[in-house]
Design a protein around this ligand. Structure first.
Ligand code: ADP
Ligand code: MG
Length: 838
């Protein structure tokens, strides 16, 4: 019976855990090779043909959980082991729930049970036993490039520099461009002033020494129609040998006229010498692919390797997309697409090839997006399979009471988003939703009203902030707002110690605290909830299957609401948060004046100081921000401390300055923030710890030093710290001395617009998606052909198709869907791992 065989795999996977977790981790320090062991088990599972598709996202999480295991501290190891343990439990419950019928584990798999030698534990009694290193049943596409014809260890090392390790890597290593060598112009008819492609035999060669510098190398080619001289101003020693008399050469270059003898020549042409055995169709007489190279690897060598790989392996590629889907989207087969993208047929259009607009490129784009979205759909499904602990039967009476007492009315957008959230909360499975809203759009109050829905139904609700400062701010805000309702708000942060901490924990555990505020350690630490019904994650933590599994293991299946102010264009957020439903607050509360923004050169800093004095004299407050230098907090610290002292003494002797930076203890941070909030300070000098979420409406000036060092999204966040009240606010961006043209262009975007989405779009145009979001935050998988900015339409189509498919066949168990399941699990394994960081 299938269940039992899956059980056995899980049991095998869990063995080292049992060993290490026994007696409160007594043996943990003896555990060796845990990561490779788990990875090996994951690969084994992935190679099972009948693997439940629900496991795929869990396996991704699992591999994430053991990442760099050996480098972790014991405490971290314990935490990771608990996560792994929870995940395995989760996997078990998935198969038990699914209760597959007639599913059998493949006979080819070795029975995994009772092979203690595989458990990766080194003790004196049990001799060291590394996990088996062998790969699961050989997959031709996973073969190492080294054993391909014409490769060998040396070239394999070169290819590895390009991250080309397997046959599959090569198949997806696409040409950067193509060269039109369809028509070879006879040497006698080459047109001067044009770039032309030609073919000829080497007739003479000559190395002419120069008085100064390297010798000049010339070579004459001939064919039946005439001759052409090729010239290099810096002869290389190998040239004489490479271009032997009689060698056949194909090349392309700009044709010019030699001013002495009026003969035609090509200076520094691209040339390739043809070997006897070269099939003529690879390097000329066709549209020729040009691949990105690395030092020591010739274009022609790589192209030859590519040709033999495509010829040998492309015909073996199994079609991934179901027939109807290819028909609906008019897509060629995967085999054809791979072949044509590398070695296009002569009738294809060069322009279309370069712009990736051939049907073959589009097929590959669709494929990439589709598999990506399929993975996301599976993740989403993993949440939706959960049942909520108890249905919500009560209306949101607490929320309604609070809403009627708010000093303002919700904006239309806030109300719409609140309704979407409350709708989710009345469904049978837990909510998994993202609220996106520009800085100051009022996300907190929406979240609070939703949390009260959970409380109205007898549950607790928690909100997690990215920093302690923000957690404290949230706690203060919520306590004030909730005063009329007499609800108990607990605050739990890492720095809270001793009796106070115990007391807070106790109030959470017994259920007296209905609302719990903290950092994201909330879900891991020893925090026990009485009845947790909802978690709000402020300012984008990743909250994935893993965290859910942890909670589920505590018997909790809460609604999850993630909130972010990072304005991400829709196509990107679909991928970044593809497993979440999306709500957007696209409206600011009325009466807000846009922040007046100005870019200043360092020499005009005085202007900023004048503005500061004027505002402070009107009773307003000011932030001055210094950037992190090279991520090193100490340098940053030095700059900020020094500047603060100097500013106080020389520039603002009459004003009250405070300094806030990441190295302060949280009590000190807290004290300074409180002083600023209570207007005991006029000017707050700070590093970027201030960045997200801080809400002090009396502050009207934001000065940012070395503004070019920040990303636009970050600048927008910082700017959002002012302009939160009714007064006109100012943001002054002071550029460093060495401002590039591009840097200036970026800063001017800030001056142009106060709309976060506009700013983000511009940033994307200038810098591309990876940088805008920062690799860590982005978790964007690396795509070969698909471009999330330019191929938005394909992305949407692929997403719709993928989600529809998972809806129709959640386990990807229909016979036609086997190759898809395999593709999701193998081809994208590493990329999903990337996506899980952060
Ligand atoms: P963010 O979306 O950036 O987290 P906050 O939730 O911190 O924004 O809200 C910013 C400020 O706007 C807060 O001081 C909040 O009280 C106020 N606010 C929220 N909604 C409204 C509204 N509908 N009308 C007026 N002010 C509002
Ligand atoms: Mg906020």
């Amino acid at each position: 019976m299938a269940e039992t065989s899956f059980e056995r795999y899980l049991e095998q996977l869990g063995k080292p855990l049992q060993y290490a977790m026994r007696n409160n981790f007594a043996q943990l320090s003896k555990l060796r090779d845990f990561e490779p062991y788990v990875r090996y088990q994951i690969r084994t599972l992935e190679s099972l043909k009948m693997l439940p598709a629900e496991w795929l996202p869990l396996l991704q999480e699992l591999s994430q959980a053991v990442k760099s295991f050996d480098t972790l501290s014991l405490a971290q190891k314990q935490q990771r082991m608990r996560q792994v343990h929870d995940l395995i439990g989760h996997m078990r419950s998935v198969v038990t729930q699914a209760a597959p019928t007639g599913v059998a584990a493949p006979a080819a798999q070795p029975a995994p049970a009772s092979e203690p030698a595989q458990v990766p534990v080194k003790t004196r009694q049990a001799p060291p036993a590394a996990p088996a290193r062998s790969e699961p049943p050989s997959d031709p596409f996973q073969q190492s490039v080294q054993y391909l014809r014409g490769v060998g260890p040396k070239r394999a090392a070169l290819l590895a520099k390009l991250n080309l390790r397997t046959v599959n890597d090569l198949l997806w290593y696409l040409p950067a461009r193509y060269e039109d060598r369809r028509r070879l112009t006879p040497l006698g008819t080459l047109q001067v002033g044009q770039r032309q492609t030609f073919y000829g035999k080497v007739y003479t060669t000559q190395t002419v020494p120069q008085r100064r510098g390297k010798p000049i190398f010339t070579m004459t080619l001939e064919d039946d129609s005439g001759t052409l001289t090729c010239k290099w101003f810096k002869a290389q020693t190998y040239m004489q040998e490479r271009f032997a008399i009689g060698a056949r050469v194909v090349g392309s270059g700009m044709i010019t006229v030699n001013s002495y003898n009026a003969s035609r020549e090509a200076v520094h042409p691209d040339l390739e010498v043809l070997e006897e055995e070269d099939g003529d169709l690879i390097h000329f007489g066709r549209l020729v692919p040009i691949y990105p190279l690395t030092a020591g690897l010739h274009q022609k060598t790589l192209r030859t390797i590519m040709k033999s790989v495509i010829d040998a392996y492309a015909p073996q590629i199994e079609e991934t997309l179901p027939h109807e889907m290819r028909r609906d989207h008019a897509l060629p087969t995967l085999q054809e697409a791979v072949q044509q993208v590398h070695f296009p047929d002569a009738h294809l259009d060069l322009g279309q090839l370069h712009q990736h607009q051939t049907p073959f490129h589009q097929r590959l784009i669709f494929e990439e997006f589709f598999l990506l979205e399929l993975g996301l759909a599976l993740r989403q499904r993993a949440t939706q399979r959960e049942q909520r602990a108890a249905p919500y039967r009560q209306p949101n009476h607490l929320g309604e009471t609070l809403q009627s007492q708010l000093p303002f009315r919700l904006t239309t957008a806030q109300q719409r988003v609140l309704d979407e959230v409350l709708d989710d909360m009345q469904r049978p499975f837990p909510m998994n939703r993202l609220i996106q809203g520009d800085v100051g759009s009022g996300k907190t109050v929406v979240a609070l009203l939703a949390m009260l829905m959970a409380v109205s139904n007898g549950f607790q609700a928690a909100i997690m902030a990215p920093t302690e400062i923000l957690a404290e701010q949230h706690a203060a805000t919520l306590r004030t707002l909730l005063e009329p309702l007499e609800l108990d708000v607990a605050l739990i942060t890492g720095s809270l110690k001793g009796r106070i901490r115990r007391e807070q924990l106790e109030r959470v555990a017994c259920g007296q605290a209905k609302i719990v505020v903290g950092t994201h350690a909330l879900i891991y630490d020893e925090v026990q909830f009485h009845r947790l019904g909802m978690i709000v994650v402020d300012e984008q933590h990743r909250f994935g299957v893993l965290q859910r599994a942890t909670l589920r293991n505590k018997g909790l299946t809460p609604d999850v609401l993630v909130m972010t102010a990072t304005p991400i264009p829709r196509t990107l957020s679909m991928t970044l948060y593809g497993d979440l439903d999306l709500s957007v607050i696209d409206e600011l509360p009325p009466g807000r004046l846009p922040v007046q923004t100005k870019v200043l050169r360092a020499g005009r800093r005085d202007q900023a100081y004048r503005r500061i004095r004027r505002e402070v004299s009107r009773g307003q407050q000011v932030y001055i921000v210094y950037p992190l230098v090279e991520e090193s907090e100490s340098l940053d610290l030095g700059a900020a401390v020094e500047m603060a002292a100097q500013l106080q003494q020389e520039v603002f002797p009459d004003h009250r300055l405070g300094l806030l930076h990441g190295r302060l203890s949280s009590e000190d941070k807290d004290a300074i923030m409180r002083a600023f909030k209570q207007r005991e300070l006029d000017i707050l000098v700070c590093t970027t710890v201030i960045e997200v979420g801080v809400d002090i409406s009396n502050a009207t000036v934001m000065v940012i030093e070395n503004a070019e060092r920040f990303g636009l999204a970050q600048l927008h966040q910082l700017r959002g710290r002012v302009g939160r009240g009714a007064d006109q606010a100012y943001c002054l961006l002071i550029a460093g001395d060495k401002l590039s043209k591009e840097g200036r262009q970026r800063l001017l975007v800030m001056q142009e617009s106060s709309d976060g989405f506009y700013v983000a779009e511009q940033d994307l145009q200038i810098r591309g998606p990876g940088e805008l979001l920062g690799t860590k935050q982005a978790g964007l998988p690396e795509l070969h052909v698909g471009n999330l900015l330019h191929h938005g339409i394909w992305l949407e189509q692929a997403r719709r198709a993928a989600f529809a498919l998972i809806e129709a066949d959640p386990g990807l168990s229909q016979p036609g869907h086997q190759p898809l399941r395999y593709a999701v699990s193998t081809r994208w394994r590493d990329r999903f791992e990337l996506a899980a960081i952060g």
